[in-house]
Design a protein around this ligand. Structure first.
Ligand code: AMP
Length: 293
């Protein structure tokens, strides 16, 4: 069946309300469009686990700072609809900016401490914008479950906190990062990369893999783990490191020495030419990451 496209909040709400009354489970996949395999994986999982899957497509101005790439963010609505169709999604909710933030809009969510570090240092207004739009998308689509990618690790941590703090009745599902065969995490922003930059961009997953290997061999000193990532990222002079940090996977705390049995997340963000790239990998003691085999 063809995907239904909805663009107003009131219509979306009344459709979701009826679906709920009919006992249907609703999964939502929030995206900014220009869908790739990472998004497709989320949609596929949602289709398997819900009666109805709503994919939201909205490039959210609130999460971009004035100097960021809002106006150049890649878009291809027609192809996006095809991807949603192919994956078995039911509805695309694609509101306009005016629909989401009409004149006089004056309320935002203020995220807390967990949003101040890492991405928050470089994008101080970003997570408030994300939290606000996700809340609005939840209010519009009334989902039982929402699907997010581990690719945006801190975003998931911030959203889990939001859900806990406001007691939002939505189950969060997080799916692994989908990568290109050479390790680069799929991202809508990868189209910004020149051919040479695209080759250099594999350095992010290489740096993360080295840190995972060190953790597998028992390294628990934060500074040493961070140095391992930074040294690798410094292989190319034109890569500017925003951060390369090991942190507790759950709390994002950064103790000088990690507990032997604790999960560690390695987070990197770099600027390569005009493109900002982020990536992460999680070390889970006792499991051998499949990419290292
Ligand atoms: P975006 O359209 O970039 O805002 O992403 C929408 C959702 O897709 C977010 O939950 C992202 O974390 C997720 N996502 C983006 N890239 C990937 C990827 N390579 N693998 C898995 N999920 C991803």
């Amino acid at each position: 069946m063809a995907v239904q496209v909805i663009s107003t909040i009131s219509e979306m709400q009344s459709i979701s309300e009826k679906l709920r009354l009919n006992g249907k489970s609703i999964g939502v996949v929030p995206t900014m469009g220009y869908l790739h395999e990472g998004h497709a994986r989320l949609i596929k999982a949602a289709v398997l686990e819900n009666d109805i899957v709503i994919v939201t497509i909205f490039v959210n101005p609130l999460q971009f700072a004035a100097n960021e790439d809002l106006s150049s963010y890649p878009r291809n609505f027609k192809r996006d609809i095809e991807v949603v169709n192919d994956m078995g999604g039911t509805i695309v909710f694609a509101p306009s900016v005016e629909e989401m933030y009409p004149e006089g809009f004056d309320t935002t969510i203020k995220t807390g401490n967990i949003s101040l570090k890492f991405e928050g240092v470089f994008r101080p207004t970003h997570f408030d914008g994300v939290a606000t739009v996700v809340m609005k998308l939840f209010m519009a689509t009334k989902p039982h479950s929402a699907y997010f990618g581990q690719k945006d690790y801190q975003q998931v941590t911030v959203l889990r906190q939001l859900i806990r703090d406001l007691r939002i009745d939505v189950f969060i599902r997080v799916l692994d990062t989908v990568r290109e065969t050479d390790g680069l995490a799929k991202s809508s922003r990868n189209v910004y990369l020149s051919t040479v930059e695209r080759e250099k961009a594999t350095i992010l997953s290489k740096a993360l893999t080295l840190a995972i290997k060190a953790a597998l061999q028992g390294e628990r000193r934060r500074d040493t783990l961070n140095e391992i990532m930074k040294n690798e990222l410094k292989s190319f002079e034109d890569i500017h490191i925003d951060y390369a940090s090991a942190a507790c996977a759950e709390t994002l705390e950064e103790p000088p020495l990690f507990a032997p049995e604790g999960e560690i997340v390695f987070l990197v963000a770099v600027r390569l030419g005009k493109t900002r790239l982020i990536d992460n990998m999680v070390y889970r003691p006792g499991t051998s990451p499949e990419f290292l085999l």
